[in-house]
Design a protein around this ligand. Structure first.
Ligand code: FAD
Length: 280
């Protein structure tokens, strides 16, 4: 299908984009278009105006300091995968980026677009929740900084107002001594995750995040408590029970999440290869 008719705008500056967002009725920001354009093609949305922000050079820059990296909103998955921008998480960001869809999707899709879309089976919502990243947002009413954990409110629902633009994504440096594990389970390469487990293991503490289990990424607090209280390897069934309590999932789904989490724990502890993509 083809989208309903819309007017296309391609501003050169953030100010111009904000002006358009503020003054036009039924306007949508267009990033890489990898989620929005299929939605328009299926006529699930029909905005009157699209404001393409990919021509704004200021949104393509990055800044790095001791605390981490701040990526311009239109930084693509490919730029992170190929190391064209720094990675403050010792390999986790390029690993996550490389698992997103296909190369053609990664060439155009942007980090801010993925967060604004808020699909919990996508990579960036879970990875950037685990890393406690934040977005910088602007509108004609001013600027604000929103932690990713507070930005994502549900499936396709965020804390962004209609006239707000994500201008940058700030990712803190992974704390010294922290090892990560990431396991994506998908039906085949190029597909969204069915289970997406991220583990951050540091002396005396294990943090576990799971995507594709609920409408937003979930920190598995009950599972972390069970792990902290266990001596030696934990049985898969016990892990599955704890994950069920954290996510409300059951049966095969809960079992699949448990396998993803266990493998992510093993990779973080160095018991197997670093990060993995598994097809189920
Ligand atoms: C075949 C296919 C497979 C895919 N597989 C995966 C996968 O395995 N994992 C995965 O994570 N993703 C996957 N994706 C989605 C892809 O990663 C998208 O790039 C991403 O979800 C959206 O980013 P975008 O820049 O394309 O945003 P767009 O599609 O342009 O926009 C998405 C939404 O975000 C809003 N938006 C965009 N930028 C901003 C901004 N700066 N400020 C405020 N709002 C903004 C738009 O208005 C829209 O509502 C896949 C897509 C396709 C087509």
């Amino acid at each position: 299908m083809k989208p309903a008719e819309f007017a296309y705008h391609r501003p050169d500056s953030v100010e111009e984009a904000l002006g358009l967002l503020g003054e036009l009725e039924e306007a949508k920001v267009l990033g890489g278009g990898q989620s929005l354009l299929p939605i328009l093609n299926m006529r699930l949305a029909a905005p009157a105006h699209l404001i393409d922000i990919t021509g704004i050079r200021a949104l393509r820059r990055f800044e790095e300091d001791d605390s981490g990296v701040r990526y311009g909103a239109v930084t693509t998955h490919m730029m992170i995968e190929d190391g064209l921008v720094p990675d403050p998480a010792r390999g986790l960001l390029p690993h996550a980026a490389a698992g997103i869809g296909y190369r053609a999707v990664r060439n155009r899709g942007t980090i801010a677009g993925s967060l604004a879309h808020s699909d919990s089976s996508a990579e960036w919502p879970t990875v950037l929740s685990a890393l406690d990243a934040a977005v910088h947002v602007r509108s004609n009413r001013g600027d604000r900084r929103i932690p990713v954990r507070e930005l994502l409110l549900g499936f396709f629902t965020t804390a962004l107002a209609e006239d707000e633009l994500i201008t940058a994504v700030e990712v803190p440096r992974l704390r010294e001594g922290t090892r990560w594990g990431m396991v994506k389970m998908a039906r085949k390469p190029g597909e969204f995750a069915e289970s997406l487990a991220i583990t951050l293991v540091r002396p005396g503490e294990t943090e576990i995040w799971l995507g594709a289990a609920r409408d937003v990424p979930v920190r598995l607090a009950e599972t972390e408590t069970v792990l902290a209280g266990s001596i030696g390897p934990i049985a898969l069934e016990q892990l599955a029970e704890a994950i069920g309590a954290d996510t409300g999932s059951s049966g095969y789904e809960r079992q699949r999440h448990a396998v993803a989490v266990r493998r992510a724990l093993e990779t973080a502890r160095g018991e197997t290869v670093r990060g993995a993509e598994v097809h189920v």
